[in-house]
Design a protein around this ligand. Sequence first.
Ligand SMILES: *Cc1c(COP(=O)(O)O)cnc(C)c1O
Length: 455
Amino acid sequence: MSEAKLTTAQLQALDAAHHLHPFTDHKELGGRGTRIIERASGVYLWDSEGNKLLDGMAGLWCVNIGYGRRELADAAHRQMLELPYYNSFFQCTHPPAVELASAIAEQAPAHMQHVFFTGSGSEANDTVLRMVRRYWDLQGQPARKTVIGRINGYHGSTVAGASLGGMGVMHEQGDLPIPGIEHIAQPYWYGEGGDMAEDEFGLWAARQLEEKILQLGADKVAAFIAEPIQGAGGVIVPPATYWPEIQRIVDQYGILLIVDEVICGFGRTGEWFGSQYYNIRPDLMPIAKGMTSGYLPMGGVIVGDRVARALIDDGGEFFHGYTYSGHPVAAAVALENLRILRDEGIVDYARDQAAPYLQQKIAQLGEHPLVGQARGVGMLGALELVKNKATRERFPGKGAAGTLCRDLCVENGLVMRAVGDSMILSPPLVIQPQEIDELFDKAWRTLNRAAELLG
Ligand SMILES: *Cc1c(COP(=O)(O)O)cnc(C)c1O
């Protein structure tokens, strides 16, 4: 390899020649060339052309403490020299995995005191499916196999993750879902609520779960899985009536509740976990993303007492695990990330200062003529682009307006993601008020320009 730094054009050519990207139309990408992000600090990114971008997405919903924290690099460096790898199979463990499990248990709801480590959020959901089925086998109810998820839910991209999720385009390409997984409607009031009042629609959407349970037979249903707030589906905030009714239904029928905290966990809602924000009692919580603030890949499942006791007390061996379960370097980085979130009061800062201000600004963006609904919770937000605010009529071209707006955003120095025609925000939790002002100004200017172009 040559010593000279590759130019943008060289990197783009090599990228096109050798690199297959996740969730990408390569032919379209080939036409425009990839954007090369070279470095980052705080809430800002710099690309290979020297452009500075405000990262309104915290990478991919994960860089909760912001970029450039030397403490995490030091933790990784120290741990690599001390013990770069060892497994936690065969009656072994190592200090970082032990300390991390204990630190997570401290922040988790009181009835959730065990952690199973994975390499990612998708793997966490594979683990969940295995664990749920194992649990019911151990209860002597092996017919309880079916897991109910939601249309437009996202639980990752492995076979189990994509099956539990309800993304039609993913199902089509993989002959998914695998057997034993069913989907119900999502609590998406703005898009699907019709003439119902929001609270009424929330109850209706929750009761789809009860209907599905009755249709399948309660003795066939193992669990219900949902994100507290759907992330990849477009930051869909459920009506206030939704979660209490879901809790009633899972309690009444005795099925396990899996709350996918991969985005909502580690402060995103202003609480440590989205389950605490909504005051729900999960049996299992898949985690990843903010767990390490994305500095290294790692995920896990926080396991409630009901399932943990069954696995521990009468489980025998559970034939499941990953080479990198509890990887010591990732665990050391996660531990340092948790320490920073806690000691610097970042979750409290998000709840008490950043989130109220961000939500005020998101509501202000909702006044733009192009925005049909602005919504959000904590450090999550969405702006739905519509052609007609009053009738909620959308632009033609299914997502074309969102894509246009996303590209204009980047030109204006702001990263927002588009999900269909919804513009998504999920900035680092540490974003400062003046940076939120900057985000607002850039978003407003982008909306003005988009409105001009969309006519
Ligand atoms: C991102 C995400 C996943 C998948 O995590 P990966 O680390 O990409 O495998 C699972 N569930 C939710 C809710 C997510 O947002």
